[in-house]
Design a protein around this ligand. Structure first.
Ligand code: FAD
Ligand code: SF4
Length: 511
């Protein structure tokens, strides 16, 4: 009888996996807290704590169901601090005769585990993680031979294939996409819905991390840790979203305000990315809520949410497996600058940036438009090297795992892939930020000024970006219009704006 060791990675906490359908005395599961994972990026302290807390809860859940589980803690003396070394050690110590793991979602880990299996003297196998709607290869097959990987066509195919909000092979309401209805600014008298948060005590885990020299960023309240750390809490958070936020999700999905850190967003990405909950469960729960309250929840709210998950999330995973490892080195604009120091402290006079960064340091969370149109927008306008930007995003967010971070950062936000994920760069001047938020009114900088001491940096940097990258962008049919505007500007105005941008770029740490 073979004695099997099965590896559960920190983002594979899926209680519904077929591995756990039956108990088996000849199978032992292993989870491990290791330095190779805490140290491959400078993570937010809440991210490290959140992963370890969820892993510990998951191992307890498995033990309670009579599975045999080994758990290596960060400071265990026998911990060799890498998957490969710990696995090899356990195999020889406990005489395992077979090793099995689930397909990792990260290229680096995938490669390491493949190499490990080649070096083992026992047999090994790999199984699906049973989480996503799609396989790793599916997007590549879907777009075979195509130059443009249009998310919308993939999304529609997903809806058809999985029969999501469909009727007789047609979209349920006759319309596929309601994005046009989903870009509202918050009304002046908007009353915040307090976010549903947890008060988990994670002091023990925090203290263990504090004993080491693991480098982290951000802050944490160790007795009131707000993030879900097990499946039950993940389901509670989802329930809160479906009942309290879904009805306004789409409308205010792009809105920003300094007074609310999560607005009508679900904050379910961490639970989903570590697989405490599946994307199917998430959309099924929301569709169920819409069916119960069709008069209160407009269809555009539901469709906007479902598209993020069955569309964007699956699409990004497909792009990752289709384009790695080349994707990780793409730098279409050849940007070379360093991130300003205040990205790590939030100490800037720019209100919008200050709020997005401080919130990220406090909660390890920012919603999509803060990531895309505030921090990402600024970084692209300032010509920051995509490696620097990736490292920041991969570290700071609790939901940041490379497959979904890099495709969003290097792809969607920085256009470093030259247009695989997006058809044009997501950049804007102050006018978009002002339209979607109420940051500008109280900012040190003036949104309407393009030059001068108090001119908003987004304005001059925006035109500087277009000017600098004309050879790469002017032929893009979605951008040509911007170059017509730029060319029609008075030469003196253009020169003044470029000089202003140059000044800001030279003094970027003072902004
Ligand atoms: P909601 O706004 O409530 O959306 C619901 C769900 O839809 C999310 O939980 C997420 O699973 C999915 N989703 C929405 N947009 C995207 C998207 N563009 N790509 C993939 N899934 C999406 N998401 C991560 O999970 N991890 C990351 O590291 C990450 N990095 C990002 C970096 C940048 C520069 C940008 C622009 C986006 C990034 N995103 C990332 C996507 C998105 O911002 C987050 O998924 C979302 O903000 C998570 O918060 P939420 O759960 O409240 O999302
Ligand atoms: Fe941001 Fe400029 Fe508005 Fe200030 S004025 S909040 S820097 S967009």
């Amino acid at each position: 009888m073979s004695k099997t060791l099965k590896l559960i990675l920190g983002d594979q906490l899926n209680s519904n996996h077929s591995w756990f359908k039956t108990t088996d005395d000849f199978v032992t599961y292993i989870l491990m807290e290791i330095r190779s994972e805490t140290d491959y990026a400078t993570h937010h302290i809440q991210k490290v704590v959140g992963f370890f807390a969820a892993m510990q809860a998951f191992s307890n859940e498995l033990r309670a169901k009579n599975h045999q589980v080994m758990y290596i803690h960060l400071n265990d003396t026998s911990n060799l601090q890498s998957f490969e070394k710990n696995i090899q050690n356990l195999i020889s110590k406990h005489n395992f005769t077979h090793f099995e793991y689930q397909f990792p979602d990260e290229y680096r880990v995938d490669l390491n585990l493949k190499k490990l299996c080649e070096s083992l003297t026992i047999t090994s196998s790999v199984v699906d993680s049973e989480h996503f709607f799609t396989t790793r290869k599916e997007l590549g097959d879907f777009f075979e031979g195509k130059k443009i990987y249009l998310m919308e066509s993939f999304y529609r195919a997903m809806r058809k294939k999985h029969n999501v909000m469909m009727h007789d092979d047609k979209p349920l309401t006759g319309q596929w996409n309601y994005d046009g209805d989903n870009r509202k600014k918050l009304p002046k008298d908007h009353k915040p819905t307090p976010p549903f948060v947890f008060n988990n005590d994670v002091s023990d885990i925090y203290n263990e991390i504090a004993k080491t020299n693991v480098k982290t960023i951000g802050t944490i309240d160790t007795t009131n840790f707000v993030w879900p750390i097990n499946r039950v809490q993940s389901l509670q958070l989802l329930d809160f979203f479906a009942k309290e936020c879904l009805q306004l999700f789409g409308s205010y999905q792009d809105a920003m305000t300094p007074n609310e850190w999560s607005l009508y967003h679900s904050r379910i990405s961490f639970s989903m990315n570590v697989k405490m909950i599946s994307p199917k469960e998430v959309i099924d729960r929301c569709i169920e809520e819409w069916c119960k309250r069709p008069n209160e929840i407009e269809f555009n709210q539901l469709e906007g949410f479902v598209r993020q998950i069955i569309g964007w999330r699956e699409y990004m995973r497909g792009i990752y497996w289709n384009k790695m490892p080349e994707f990780a080195t793409m730098n279409f604009f050849n940007n070379q600058e360093k991130l300003p120091d205040w990205f790590w402290t939030g100490k800037t006079k720019m209100n919008c940036m200050k709020d997005a960064i401080n919130q990220s340091l406090e909660y390890a969370y920012a919603h999509h438009i803060q990531r895309l149109m505030i921090t990402g927008n600024f970084a692209l306008l300032a010509g920051i090297h995509p490696d620097e930007i990736d490292a920041w995003y991969l570290g700071i967010y609790i939901d940041a795992i490379e497959w979904v971070e890099i495709t969003n950062t290097r792809g969607m936000s920085q256009f470093a892939d030259g247009g695989i994920v997006g058809t044009k760069p997501y950049v804007s001047s102050a006018s978009y930020i002002d339209k979607m938020s109420n940051y500008c009114g109280t900012c040190f900088y003036k949104k309407a000024l393009k030059t001068g001491e108090k001119s908003c940096p987004f304005n001059s940097l925006y035109w500087n970006f277009y000017d600098r990258n004309e050879d790469k962008l002017a032929k893009n049919p979605r951008i040509g219009m911007m170059y017509n505007v730029w060319r029609k500007m008075k030469p003196d105005d253009k020169t003044a704006m470029l000089q202003q941008a140059e000044y800001y770029l030279k003094n970027i740490n003072e902004l």
